[in-house]
Design a protein around this ligand. Sequence first.
Ligand code: C2G
Length: 139
Amino acid sequence: MSTRAKTVITYGTFDLFHVGHVRLLERARSLGDRLIVAVSEDSFNEGKGKKSYSSYADRSQLVAACRHVDLVIPELTWEQKREDIIAHNVDIFVMGDDWQGKFDFLNDICEVVYLSRTPEISSSLIKSHLKNPATPAVA
Ligand code: C2G
């Protein structure tokens, strides 16, 4: 009996694409057969209080180039997750565990999985280290 391909989705800004992002995407993809990534569009990103180094166009192109990623869509609102999950027949919703519990409300339409964050690396840490090399280097 053929089982339907399992679709995974995750959301994020993915600024200064780094190994923490890649490890998240790799593990998310390994939970299914296809990974969709919703990349925060510039205006939504500012709404999150983030000033990204790269534009949505560049951030989404970098994520799309990652071999673990099958499709990139724009993240424009906080509320679009439910319709994305339905529209793309998503089986598993994944986020890093800095979001632990925040998206459990989606568990009526898909599995919700939080994966551990990669320690000691983040876009903000990279920026501060480049600004002031005296700050602790990323591991
Ligand atoms: N991440 C990680 N390890 C890091 C840094 C980030 O696993 N060292 C994960 C985050 O937990 C998140 C994803 O990588 O799942 C993207 O991180 P961000 O670009 O910081 O995304 P965020 O601002 O958390 O956006 O609607 C949800 C939001 O768009 C999430």
